[in-house]
Design a binder for this molecule. Structure first.
Ligand SMILES: Cc1cc2nc3c(=O)[nH]c(=O)nc-3n(C[C@H](O)[C@H](O)[C@H](O)COP(=O)(O)OP(=O)(O)OC[C@H]3O[C@@H](n4cnc5c(N)ncnc54)[C@H](O)[C@@H]3O)c2cc1C
Length: 328
């Protein structure tokens, strides 16, 4: 958890005009930069668009302890900076620009990138997903100071060990988070706005049977404490039925109220599920030949840096194979 910075990006926009790319990669998170590394090493000179968050979600965290190869852990920003450098070393062109529109019905595909037209034979969508927030000012101020959106990522951090923790949510993700956190917290409170979980029966049962979990029904978090101290010390809760407010001590707040995949630009053309996650076909493919997908924009289950990186590798290999056949 830490202060987000901006990764450097290179590439001169005017050189794009009139050129046809072999592959354009949308996104520079773990998925996009791994795809960039592999396609660059395959001499495809990928054009890689950063979007508004160069380096992706991992740049918003300071300690990544579960990315293989870093026994001491690594700062999220540094990990992403290294991934970018590694891809650039082999010829990836990382550009601070966003995809604004896309025409996947024509060949080559037509993209609008910061107002400019770019043509490409293949596309890798690696646009990630953002987590839903509670929308509280105190939540924003204490993000990365005890407020987090990923138990698997942050649950094992020392600040949460043997401390009371709060999970907000009531679906399968919230249940997974709360169960996982019982390994670390002294007690885990599950705050849910209704009086029953929305989660699947089996998950709900596991939660009910775990003595370390205490559900707090019909309640919402109205404030995360304590902004003045610059760390989470508790939450202010409001019972929606009685309107009674109470303060509860805790060292961490894990918000698990869902994710929103950044896939709006592809809606109606690329197959996606009801929540907007792209549905991969045959590994990293999609229903549109030549369009591949990687990372959290197609993964509502694992949502980890290493799985996103693995998917980026798979998408890159698929691109290489597709281009070999196309350009024979
Ligand atoms: C606080 C926090 C801590 C985490 N800690 C860990 C951890 O310790 N270990 C772990 O394994 N995972 C961790 N994760 C999860 C991990 O960050 C994600 O699983 C991973 O970043 C997903 O990678 P991605 O490439 O799919 O997407 P992202 O990292 O979300 O990257 C998406 C990219 O797409 C770009 N983009 C979006 N739209 C456009 C567009 N229109 N045009 C161009 N670009 C666009 C964005 O700017 C961004 O660069 C953490 C997540 C959070 C939020």
């Amino acid at each position: 958890m830490g202060v987000p910075q901006r990764l450097p990006s290179h590439g001169v926009k005017t050189t794009l005009r009139g050129l046809m790319e072999k592959v354009v990669i949308i996104g520079t998170g773990c998925a996009g930069l791994t795809a960039a590394l592999y396609t660059a090493r395959a001499n495809l000179r990928p054009l890689v668009l950063t979007g508004q968050q160069p380096g992706g979600l991992l740049t918003t965290t300071s300690t990544v302890e579960n990315f293989p190869g870093f026994p001491e852990g690594i700062d999220g920003y540094e990990l992403m900076a290294r991934m970018q450098k590694q891809a650039e070393r082999f010829g990836a062109r990382v550009q601070f620009a966003s995809l604004e529109a896309v025409d996947l019905k024509r060949r080559p595909f037509g993209l609008t990138v910061d107002g400019e037209n770019v043509e490409t034979q293949t596309l890798i969508i690696a646009t990630g997903a953002s987590h839903r927030r509670l929308g509280l000012e105190s939540e924003a101020k204490l993000e990365n100071k005890g407020v987090t959106y990923c138990a698997t990522c942050d649950g094992a951090l020392p600040i949460f060990r043997n401390q009371p923790l709060v999970v907000v949510g009531g679906g399968d993700s919230a249940c997974e988070e709360v169960l996982y956190l019982t390994r670390f917290g002294s007690m885990v409170y599950l705050v849910h706005r209704r009086d029953a979980l929305r989660a699947s029966k089996i998950m709900a049962e596991r939660v009910r049977e775990n003595a370390k979990i205490k559900p707090i029904w019909d309640s919402v978090v109205t404030e995360v404490l304590d902004v003045k101290q610059g760390k989470v010390t508790g939450v202010r809760l409001k019972n929606l039925k009685s309107n009674v407010e109470a303060v509860m001590d805790c060292a961490g707040v894990f918000v698990a109220i869902g994710h929103v995949p950044s896939t709006g630009l592809f809606r109606g053309v690329v197959d996606m599920d009801a929540n907007g996650y792209i549905i991969p076909k045959k590994g990293a493919g999609t229903n549109v030949p030549g369009v591949f997908v990687a990372g959290d924009c197609a993964d509502h289950v694992y949502r980890q840096a290493i799985t996103a990186a693995g998917a980026g590798c798979a998408a890159a290999i698929e691109v290489e194979r597709y281009l070999t056949v196309l350009n024979q």
